[in-house]
Ligand binder design. Structure first.
Ligand code: CA
Length: 414
């Protein structure tokens, strides 16, 4: 049920940010420096101002909102996360005794610029979507070798670059790289011709760990989730990926949506991973519903403004949950930090309209995708914009993620 708020724009069935959601971001305006805020309806509740006015005092000792990121809250752990969420709910709920004081802390989202909501300490990207792995494997290695032999046993991943993570709205410049067509004798250094998006969710580690972590503990370490677009240069990837996996193909940029939707807000939407074809080893087995039922959509916009929905899918298509990925990540003793970002891997459904990358949608360029203006695309062209959207649909409300947007600019001229 929709929880009513005195912020009236938060009380509609189609707002992404009802009181049930309360996602965390960092914003600035013409007169306010970057600071932490909570989305409510079409407004932002300024946490720094609320902390200074004593509205959220008593939960903790040191100031949590003196800094322009959520890392201090993330590091504090799950009991503080719950207490803070409860306090924010009380302040913003219909009939709140704090309404007059809280009103002074509201800023219109239309006046705000969004920034990265947390300091990204590390970035790991996984490959945990079965349909995606099967599609890509079929194209790269043939149908018989589509799924690597380890795939049903471990969530495969690679260590990415935290430095490449950017906020939604940041323009993405087409990368240069070493490319080699299958029939060419030698590689060339040139702008990527097969630049692509990947529809993913990002899980944000809140509490740090050292040593092995169980799936249950891992689930409790995850602060929240964002939409994530892992921009990918397929021609660079095809030449470089053996034997150590992707490197420069994935290093240009990774965009994330500006609002961290907390694990707690997503609790009503928990669901199980799909049935296992082979049992997982005990340290990776499911111990409860740790995936989430989140509808996802990818929209392509041409430089002229023609929109085409490229794909509709759902986060529950993943074979491994982020908790399982995190548990696997620690299995060798790898320490995890607050601010670790884990990309889920590309999320594709079984149907052709549910594929989370152009590589799959155009089947490696063999079947270009038709756009609404009559043109077509095999991969992203200069000036194209890609928008990811996500929402979990409840009874009379939704938990929205907002948008994760990026426009591809021409490569540098050399
Ligand atoms: Ca990826």
């Amino acid at each position: 049920m929709l929880k009513p708020s005195w912020v009236t724009s938060a009380n509609t069935a189609d707002t992404p940010f009802p009181l049930n959601n309360l996602p965390y971001g960092v914003f600035s305006t013409a007169s306010l420096t970057p600071r932490c805020g909570v989305a409510i309806g079409d407004q932002i509740f300024d946490c720094q101002a609320a902390e200074m006015s004593g509205l959220i005092s008593g939960l903790y000792e040191a100031p949590l909102f003196a800094q322009a990121d959520w890392n201090a809250v993330m590091e504090a752990g799950k009991s503080l996360w719950s207490a803070l969420r409860q306090r924010l709910t009380d302040i913003l709920a219909d009939g709140s005794v704090s309404q007059t004081a809280a009103q002074a802390c509201l800023i219109a989202q239309s006046d705000a610029e969004m920034h990265l909501p947390f300091r990204v300490s590390e970035f790991t990207d996984f490959y945990a979507g079965r349909h995606h792995a099967t599609n890509v494997g079929t194209m790269f290695r043939g149908a018989e070798n589509a799924l690597p032999p380890n795939w049903l046993h471990i969530p495969i991943g690679y260590n990415g670059r935290a430095s490449s993570v950017v906020i939604s709205g940041t323009d993405i410049q087409r990368p240069w790289g070493q490319l080699k067509a299958p029939d060419a004798e030698s590689p060339v250094f040139a702008p990527s011709r097969r630049f692509d998006f990947e529809l993913e969710m990002g899980a944000i580690v809140g509490t740090a760990s050292s040593g092995q972590v169980s799936v249950d503990t891992a689930d409790n370490m995850i602060f929240g989730y964002v939409l994530l677009n892992d921009w990918s240069a397929r021609d660079i990837q095809a030449w470089e990926y053996q034997p150590l996996g992707p490197f420069q193909a994935k290093a240009t940029a990774t965009s994330i949506s500006p609002w961290i939707v907390t694990t707690e807000a997503l609790a009503p939407f928990r669901c199980m991973t799909p049935p296992r074809e082979v049992p997982l080893l005990p340290h990776l087995q499911d111990t409860g519903p740790m995936l989430f039922d989140i509808d996802l959509r990818v929209t392509h916009t041409t430089p002229e403004g023609a929109d085409t929905v490229l794909a509709d899918t759902n986060y529950r298509e993943m074979y491994y949950s982020s908790a399982q990925q995190l548990a696997h990540h620690t299995s060798s003793g790898c320490p995890m930090r607050s601010g670790d970002l884990l990309g889920s891997g590309t999320i594709s459904g079984a149907r052709e309209t549910e594929r989370g990358s152009l590589l799959e949608l155009s089947w490696g360029g063999k079947t270009p995708v038709s756009l609404s203006d009559g043109s077509s695309r095999s991969f992203i062209e200069d000036g194209d914009m890609i928008t990811l959207e996500g929402q979990a649909k409840g009874d009379g409300y939704q938990i929205g993620f907002g948008h994760c947007v990026g426009t591809v600019l021409p490569a540098d001229t050399k």
